[in-house]
Design a protein around this ligand. Sequence first.
Ligand code: ADP
Ligand code: ADP
Length: 229
Amino acid sequence: EPAIRIRDLAKRYAGVGGEEGKLALKGVSFDVPQGQIFGLLGPNGAGKSTLINILAGLVMKTSGSAEIWGFDIDAHPRNAKRSIGIVPQEIVFDPFFTPFEVLENQAGFYGVPRGERRSADLLEAVRLADKRDAYARTLSGGMKRRLLVAKAMVHSPPILVLDEPTAGVDVELRRQLWELVTRLNREGVTVVLTTHYLEEAEQLCDRIAIINHGELITDKPTRELVGMM
Ligand code: ADP
Ligand code: ADP
């Protein structure tokens, strides 16, 4: 059974002033196999964030289905929340919170019992142990991005979803983030990420789905896809 199963998924945003809203997804179907790094590749406006936000429970689909291990996301939101960690595109931290506090708060939000929290380990894993008690506003962009990944992992979700994790970051940070994602995947986490960089999808992903104008163009193992281009 795939980790995620998407079938005929469509999303029309609400229109303004009697106008028809934007059809951001036009009936998309694909599976994310367990244990893989799955890339959603496409240009700006393709519908990638809409898809991710439906998985995150932040956007309601219009029709079709989105399932995590056989459970419909809308019908079983608690199951979805437990199964998925989301790394959003926007960096949003309280500027006066420390990385340790950010992780402890998130663990509280997920109901992780105190004895089972692993904030220190997570900071270690994203190489922020020495910034444990620094204010978030003093962290570099790269440190904040790594903290976002740690934040998404506090409840040890089996699936990690990243929305454009390396958009606008420099080469060095991109390498760091790739290394982090690869390491988590090797530890057993199924990864879904969006990107508009072909090179990133090729380097990082086991399987690539290309999406454009809300439609799935292709969905293949990276090896096959690269052979075609
Ligand atoms: P991507 O992440 O690939 O750049 P998005 O999913 O953000 O694409 O956007 C797909 C389309 O849906 C775009 O045309 C965008 O303008 C539109 N869209 C995204 N979010 C909203 C929204 N909240 N309301 C209306 N239209 C939206
Ligand atoms: P807010 O109070 O701002 O609406 P929420 O209570 O919805 O925020 O979420 C609290 C935190 O949990 C936020 O950092 C948000 O990004 C994160 N979050 C919300 N839903 C999910 C989800 N399904 N998976 C992972 N993180 C989530």
